[in-house]
Design a protein around this ligand. Sequence first.
Ligand code: PLP
Length: 425
Amino acid sequence: MGINNRPLSQAAYERACQVIPGGVNSPVRALRSVGTTPIIVDNAQGAYFTDIDGNKFIDFCMSWGVFILGHRNPEVTTAAIQAVLKGSSFGIPTEAETILAEKVRQAFPSMERLRFVNSGTEATMSAIRVARGYTGRDILVKFEGNYHGHADHLLVAAGSGVANISNASSAGVPADFVKHTVVLPYNDTQALRDYFDKNGDKVAALILEPVACNMGVVNPDEDFLKATREVTAQHGAVLIFDEVITGFRLAFGGAQQRFGIKPDMTTVGKIVGGGYPAAAFGGKAEIMKCLAPDGPVYQAGTLSGNPVAMAAGIATLNILDNPQIYADLERRSDNFIARLQKIIDGKGIQLNRCGTMFTLFFNDLPVRNFQDTKRSDQERFARYFRNMLSRGIYVSPSQFEGNFISVCHTDEVLEKVLRAVEESI
Ligand SMILES: *Cc1c(COP(=O)(O)O)cnc(C)c1O
């Protein structure tokens, strides 16, 4: 098939490798774990992207969930262009920052005050610093398999057992930098309660993906999610929902709206910048007032609140502020997932899903935490990825990622995907 023939992508990749480590600016893009080489993209529209060889693919990765409205939404694109024409950065406040902040707060009432940064990494890093400044405590608790960006103290391995102070999972992170990071197993309510019973009064913050999406999609048990709120409230620790991926996706107000739980702080990213570099962290006014210039916690950014990203974010949220959009997305996803389930039944595959996000795990058993995800057959996943690719469908290129349905994934597009899955597995 022509689509397997990508001579221009191959040449561009080899050239990139001479100047960029691994030829990519973010490791998963190299497609190594799925046994192939990068596709070099030229342009994208709606649910599709086209590579520089002229092959057109259905995109199920959607820039890791950024494009819930599809690629190159006309209103968002126009808003960004208009902003560019007025100047692309000032280092001086614009009204757009306040307008987008108000819109974010409308969706996430728990974010009484919020600040914009350029990436999800910066958002979680800053939120944790504020939480530590506010509580005067050092310990950060996170869950195995949850991803919160690549700040040193968050790159922590699956700890061996409950409440172990873990080692860094990346080279280049001194053990000292992660000695205040504690890792607990996801969905283990008892382990969470036990840890907080003993150490809760020393914990600055508990951070989690309320629906995990960076170990593949893993849903939280209801009692587990409730327990995160209870134990933090009991012990005066700050509860941070990292909604960088779930924000504006699982509902306009993210997982906290969907599950009816109010965290103390929240991070959003991906969708909020409408495809441009923007993310935000925020929470209770009392906590956020610790930030400079009001308080002693320093945080800053040359391009923070960038006017082009703000304009694209405003245009995006204005469209998404419409319950009908989420109802339609949910219904279309329900349909698709039900049919997908039928196709994979009896084939040793687990389908995890929350709203418009889903992952196929190549293993027979339910997947509830990081250890479970590791039982998935990586070789089989890689073959599935390549089979889908040769049929013109780009699924998220790792077992530990989600796939994302956008408003542009019409029934017709999804029909093509189902046929491809049937053939590919
Ligand atoms: C993507 C992601 C991040 C990191 O965001 P970047 O913009 O890549 O730095 C953090 N947390 C979660 C839950 C994410 O999905």
